[in-house]
Design a protein around this ligand. Structure first.
Ligand SMILES: [Zn+2]
Length: 435
């Protein structure tokens, strides 16, 4: 619990006490109570604005951003660039079960990876919260101010039962975990660019519907925009960035935020009949001119999609030549997902993730063909078709709403590690083969 949460709680409790005292006075006919009641109500209404958003965010706006080229949001940097904190999990006295989102999948993915021996506890990287300057730049102080009122956040989260909780409780149980997971995405981008192993996976984040000044579709903080801004302007030498969104929903938030930046290209595969259906975002030059788009159709398995990915991703990588691939790996394409409506089997989801990492050429056995190292011919072919240059890749988990999703995500990461030697390369701290 952070100090702001304690302040919220104190204000809330004091507010109840003062209102009860004033109401008691008014009921007993004490004269002059009207203005006191009005002043207290106004203070109670305005305190989230002062405490959470408006005033601190406006101050941070003037303070500038973090030092360039340094990992700004690492609380503790472990040996393996898997970014995770148990505080990612979202729980709110059971009310979170009203949403089809499995909000504890983050720790379940981590536990499964540990059980599978991919990494050990303590080897992960743990993010600390984002600076207010980073949040304000990406979100706008007005959005942060509005989030001070729990009700606006509840609308963005599409969780009406949370509206019964006071705003401090919504922040404590829901928004702070999401903010920390957003820090994790920024952290993953920094790690991928700063470390020789050139890959990082945030076991959370990927809130691709949030944008500057707005949130919807369970997305409040635009972590992918923050990661892109940090990568491009943070002194990491990242000249161009490819945003790859393979969640079943369109990445409208990122496209509206960054789609007009000439240093950005977007590859987005989504179902056009699903939320959000944002044609204006899809028309951004990063997607329409420099990127590629794929429309999922229900009932066609995953073959058509994987064939498109094997062709189009290398083409865009070779043509646009980005230094970082920011990969939003939503797993709501999986068969049986209540919000996705698609029918990709687990094997297709695993193959999808592997194609992305093969194209980027990361891992001890990634990159150019090297029989001595055990590079797969398919991996080497994709790497060559993608321009034959190793590129940093940072992955965020994004959507995925079933109980089985955590296992699928963990098995996909474990399979990539087995094929490409991701953890081996990270621990060796050496540039992988073919770079
Ligand atoms: Zn989704």
């Amino acid at each position: 619990m952070r100090w702001t949460t304690l302040c919220d709680f104190a204000c809330f409790a004091a507010g109840i006490g003062v209102v009860a005292w004033l109401a008691d006075g008014a009921a007993r006919g004490v004269p002059g109570m009207g203005p006191w009641i009005a002043a207290t109500a106004a203070a109670w209404l305005l305190y989230p604005l002062a405490l959470r958003g408006g005033v601190p965010a406006a101050c941070a706006c003037l303070a500038g951003d973090d030092a360039p080229g340094t990992a700004s949001c690492l609380g503790r940097a472990g040996g393996v660039p898997v970014v995770f904190s148990p505080r990612y999990d979202i729980t709110a006295c059971g009310l979170e079960r009203a949403h089809p989102f499995d909000s504890t999948k983050y720790s379940r993915v981590f536990r499964t990876l540990v059980d599978a021996g991919v990494l050990e506890r303590g080897e992960e990287c743990v993010p600390s919260q984002l600076s207010l300057a980073q949040l304000t730049r990406a979100q706008g102080w007005w959005w942060l101010a509005r989030l001070g009122y729990g009700l606006r956040a509840v609308m963005a989260l599409e969780l009406p039962p949370l509206g019964f909780l006071p705003s401090w409780a919504v922040w404590w149980r829901v928004l702070e975990p999401m903010q920390l997971a957003s820090a994790g995405t920024v952290c993953a981008a920094e790690l991928a660019l700063a470390r020789p192993s050139a890959w990082a996976i945030n076991l959370g984040g990927g809130f691709h519907h949030a944008r500057h000044g707005f949130g919807h579709g369970f997305c409040v903080f635009n972590d992918l925009t923050m990661a892109a801004q940090r990568a491009l302007d943070g002194g990491f030498g990242c000249r161009r960035l490819l945003y790859l969104d393979l969640d079943v929903h369109q990445g409208d938030g990122f496209e509206r935020d960054m789609g007009w930046d000439p240093r950005v290209a977007v590859v987005d595969a989504f179902h056009p009949g699903l939320f959000p259906g944002d044609a204006a975002a899809a028309a951004c030059p990063a997607l329409a001119e420099r990127g590629a788009r794929f429309f999922h159709r229900a009932g066609d398995g995953g073959d058509r999609f994987l064939e498109w990915l094997r062709t189009e991703l290398p083409r865009v990588l070779a043509a646009f030549d980005p230094d970082l691939v920011l990969y939003n790996a939503g797993s709501d394409v999986l068969v049986g997902d209540p919000l996705g409506g698609m029918d990709l089997p687990e094997s297709a989801v695993c193959e999808r993730d592997a194609i992305v990492f093969r194209c980027c050429g990361v891992g001890a056995r990634g990159g150019a063909a090297s029989p001595a190292l055990g590079t797969s011919p398919e991996g080497a072919r994709l790497f060559r078709a993608s321009g034959g240059r190793r590129r940093a890749v940072a992955m965020a988990l994004s959507g995925g709403y079933q109980a089985e999703t955590a296992g699928v995500v963990a098995r996909s990461i474990a399979a990539m590690d087995a094929e490409l030697g991701l953890v081996e390369a990270a621990k060796a701290g050496e540039a992988p083969a073919g770079s």
